[in-house]
Design a protein around this ligand. Structure first.
Ligand code: SF4
Length: 368
């Protein structure tokens, strides 16, 4: 059976190689040599695939205007999976990209049926955490979907004119009217900044989890169909693996007990980590004899994605596990120490960002 991608689902994707083949996503190895600087997500293949990222890198190299856009649906609180996107934005911004972040409040209202006022409040939090993570607000723009003006909304109507129901179902599977509106709104988010009014960024890359690829496929088709009329170009995209929750499924804002949130009390984060699913064996004796299975372990994933920056140190953690030299209890405690330190430092910066009032200055909010 083929891989099914549902951007609104809550599952982890195991088979990334199959995903590359099935959807024509290119392996990231193709472009590693063109990156001006290394980053552990690329080196470790946490970012495993791309579409046309080579063209984006080429534009960057030749001094053309480049941008990176992403969206957050504020249906919960930012967690370590959200922080992966912050980290990608921070890195691409450091290479010279303009950053644009959309708070998908229209989508939260339409698809998740969230209260408008809650969504608007949580959006502020997503932006405050992004800035605390290291995104420079001077080289970025932040907006709510419902704060946008006529030209942006006109795009959604124009897009609906050139896509059929059968084409949308081929991309997304079963759809509701709400999901159709949400998908076309996302296409407007990705493509609007190519219009001169919004900056004229013709080279846009969208970093996404692999489950979001349907939105990119739709948007690329729409860009092709409006190339003549609006001068739109296909966006590039890069794909990261999904950080699994502490129970082994996708880390999701809607299952808070299995996610580490950026504003979790460090002691609560400790408790969650100590209860996390590992790749350990049934007994200590068995683990000493056979070694652990880090590829099944949510703690090891945290080391790879967030807690160990140095590759040789990461190799040591792996070796200690597979040879049974270190057991899960000790390994978890080491992860707990690092995670608590990270959370404490991040939360200090987050409080500074909030008290500075910068978010109110930079975030384009709805007026109702
Ligand atoms: S020793 Fe560490 S990396 Fe290995 S399975 Fe246990 S917790 Fe995971």
């Amino acid at each position: 059976m083929g891989v099914k991608l549902d951007p609104w689902g809550h599952y982890a994707i195991e088979d990334y190689v199959k995903l590359l083949a099935e959807f024509g996503i290119h392996p990231i190895d193709e472009v590693l040599g063109s990156l001006p600087r290394k980053h552990m997500y690329f080196e470790r293949r946490v970012i495993f695939g791309h579409r046309d990222f080579n063209l984006w890198l080429d534009a960057l190299k030749h001094g053309e205007k480049v941008a990176v856009l992403t969206g957050f649906m504020p249906s919960g609180r930012p967690h370590l999976g959200t922080a992966m996107v912050y980290e990608e934005l921070r890195f691409l911004q450091s290479l010279g990209a303009h950053v644009k972040i959309v708070i998908a409040d229209a989508e939260a209202y339409i698809v998740r049926r969230e209260e408008r006022s809650d969504v608007v409040k949580r959006g502020v939090d997503f932006i405050a955490h992004a800035i605390a993570w290291g995104i420079d607000p001077e080289k970025a723009e932040f907006y709510y979907q419902t704060a946008m003006d006529n030209e942006y909304y006109r795009l959604i109507q124009m897009f609906s004119r050139k896509i059929s129901m059968a084409e949308m179902e081929a991309i997304y599977g079963e759809l509701t009217p709400g999901k159709i509106v949400a998908s076309l709104t996302q296409a407007a988010d990705i493509l609007h900044l190519q219009l001169d009014k919004y900056g004229g960024y013709r080279h846009v890359v969208v970093p996404v989890g692999a489950d979001q690829d349907p939105h990119l496929r739709l948007t690329r088709d729409l860009a092709d169909r409006f190339e003549q009329e609006l001068g739109l170009k296909r966006p590039s995209s890069i794909y990261h693996k999904l950080l699994r929750g502490l129970d082994g499924n996708k880390m999701s804002k809607s299952r808070p007990e299995f996610a580490i949130h950026l504003d979790d009390d460090p002691d609560l984060a400790e408790k969650k980590l100590l209860n996390a699913l590992t790749g350990g064996r049934a007994t200590a004796d068995e683990q000493r004899r056979l070694g652990g299975e880090p590829w099944k372990c949510s703690i090891y994933e945290l080391y790879v994605y967030h807690l160990v920056g140095d590759d040789s140190e990461l190799r040591e953690v792996y070796d200690e596990c597979v040879t049974g030299r270190v057991l899960c209890g000790q390994c978890k405690r080491r992860a707990v120490e690092r995670l608590k330190r990270r959370l404490i430092e991040h939360q200090e910066r987050y409080r500074e960002v909030l008290s500075s009032g910068i978010v109110d200055k930079v975030l384009r909010k709805p007026s109702f």
